[in-house]
Design a protein around this ligand. Structure first.
Ligand code: ATP
Length: 516
């Protein structure tokens, strides 16, 4: 099945099983804003807990905060967001559709990369075992010319963005015949800059209202609290401050479900270090964060680093962790070495000294910062795309059978255990409730007595419940139950007393955290 169709099915599945709903759906929704349902909120909370514990519990020099969404307007002047947090937009005059000029160009490059992949696949089929991919890429004329084209466009595009030469950004689009997917024409307007911050007013107008912004990132709440935390926590460099919270961006083009939203959540950590040591910490955090992703078991080949060649003027290193979504490799997390830019800017704009007294060097300086920044929602989508599975269960010569199963990492699954009495009588429901009442303090359990056992299994598979237990008449006699594993569908008879241990060992966050 085409990846696009799988993605459509995933979006429908998220809605059907209470993971994600369009916001204000009864009013036909609101662009790029989504609500999490009864299952979604559990998965989201588990993702946040996995991140928080890996940062704050596992590192004695990382602490957390929770800063306000509203901040003093000067914060966004100092951070550069008022002047420079914008995207280049362009309109197609025929379809009247609006696009991000940079995304049009990036998608065009992706298309060329797709052509290269096709050539490689074709050649690999033709030459079989003797195929040498590296050699093919470095010698095949067609591939070489595709790569050259990509390089020329990338260099020119980066230069145009750096120089804020938006006429040239438009020229790149026109010269490469990049058309609007709706109208199919190249009838484009000029490229304009569009600031992504939402603004609102604080205080009544009579009092002289102040324009304030909904924060477009959580990081600035950490920077402005650097001194508070360092002093009250008596923190010594190197140390980190972690935060999870909402961020808002008036994205021009909202696409791909919860991949790009206007209201979303971030998990950010700023790690403050001595100047000169930042590259060591940058490399350390790169690895730690990649381990965090790979511990989920979705396959190492599905992740890659994308190092930034062109850096923002204040950064001295930056990379993205990308995941292979159904629509291609895309950023899930950014890791940036931001020098002393942010703290120095706040020092200048606030007039307050924001420094660290280093007892070893006997001097004060503005610390350098390495940040890790990941979107909760994008991570949610990454996990759901990796977990969504359609399995054909038809046995040879048998009736057609299939199931949709969410192969979520057990530690992140919303429901850990479904408890199902075989019938609604003979004391079986009471026994089921008794099991839940013992386990519910530690694990999210669900009671299910409706429909056949087979149907109930399918329902639990569809929401990703790792274990189901069935209570039958034998249970009443010997206190054993049948436990079924979501992935293998194997069933086993175990003592009720063993359930806690099984769940603890296989569904606890600790099993993931040990791998980070
Ligand atoms: P992109 O290039 O995709 O717009 P970005 O480089 O602007 O992302 P950052 O500012 O580095 O993103 O934000 C850090 C993380 O926050 C991203 O890696 C992503 O996971 C998440 N994120 C950013 N913008 C959005 C959004 N509009 N919706 C959902 N998640 C987002």
């Amino acid at each position: 099945m085409a990846q696009e169709d799988i993605f459509k099915k995933l979006v429908a599945h998220c809605k059907e099983y209470g993971y994600v709903f369009p916001s204000s759906e009864i009013y036909d929704g609101l662009g790029a804003v989504y609500d999490y349902g009864q299952m979604g909120v559990e998965l989201k909370n588990n993702i946040k807990k996995y991140w928080w514990n890996s940062m704050v519990l596992l590192h004695e020099n990382v602490v957390g905060i929770d800063s306000a969404i509203f901040m003093h307007p000067k914060v966004w002047k100092a951070s550069g967001h008022v002047d420079a947090f914008s995207d280049p937009l362009i309109d197609n005059k025929d379809s009247k559709k609006r696009y991000r000029a940079d995304v049009l160009i990036e998608d065009f490059i992706l298309k060329i990369e797709g052509k290269i992949e096709k050539e490689v696949k074709k050649a690999s089929k033709k030459f079989g075992d003797s195929f040498n991919k590296e050699e093919f890429i470095s010698t095949n004329k067609r591939v070489l010319s595709y790569n050259e084209k990509i390089q020329i466009i990338t260099d020119r595009f980066s230069k145009a963005l750096n120089d804020e030469d938006f006429d040239d950004v438009r020229n790149i689009i026109i010269e490469n015949n990049i058309c609007c997917p709706i109208s199919g024409t190249c009838n484009w307007t000029d490229v304009r800059q569009f600031n992504l911050m939402f603004s609102t007013e604080m205080g009544s107008t009579a009092d002289g209202a102040n324009t304030i912004y909904l924060r477009p990132e959580t990081a600035q709440g950490i920077f402005v609290n650097y001194l508070n935390v360092q002093k009250t926590g008596r923190m010594k460099l190197p140390f980190g401050i972690a935060q999870i919270g909402k961020a808002f961006r008036n994205e021009i083009v909202a696409r791909q479900f919860i991949f790009r939203m206007r209201e979303f959540e971030q998990m950010e950590m700023q790690f403050f270090v001595k100047p000169g040591t930042e590259m060591d910490f940058f490399n350390k955090w790169k690895q730690t964060r990649m381990n965090w992703h790979q511990a989920l078991g979705f396959g190492e080949d599905n992740y890659r680093f994308h190092d930034h060649e062109k850096l923002a003027h204040y950064a001295n290193a930056a990379t993205d962790i990308e995941y292979r979504f159904p629509f291609g490799f895309k950023e899930v997390e950014g890791i940036h070495s931001r020098t002393d830019f942010d703290l120095s800017q706040h020092q200048e704009f606030s007039g307050k000294k924001i420094q660290y007294f280093d007892p070893e060097r006997n001097e004060s300086y503005v610390p350098y910062v390495v940040e890790t920044s990941i979107g909760v929602d994008r991570m949610f989508l990454q996990i759901m795309s990796a977990a969504y599975c359609e399995e054909d269960l038809t046995k040879e010569g048998g009736k057609k059978d299939s199931r949709v199963v969410l192969k979520l990492p057990a530690a992140l699954a919303p429901v850990k255990l479904a408890v199902m009495p075989l019938t609604k009588k003979d004391g079986l429901p009471e026994k089921a409730r008794e099991i839940i009442n013992n386990l519910k303090f530690d694990f999210n359990c669900q009671y299910d007595e409706k429909d056949s056992i087979g149907k109930r299994y399918r329902r639990q598979d569809a929401i990703g419940t790792p274990y189901c237990v069935t209570i039958d008449h034998e249970t009443l006699e010997d206190n054993t139950v049948t436990i079924r594993n979501r992935d293998t569908m194997e069933q086993e008879r175990v003592a009720i007393d063993k359930l806690y241990e099984i769940l603890k060992e296989n569904t606890d966050l600790k099993s993931l955290l040990l791998k980070v």
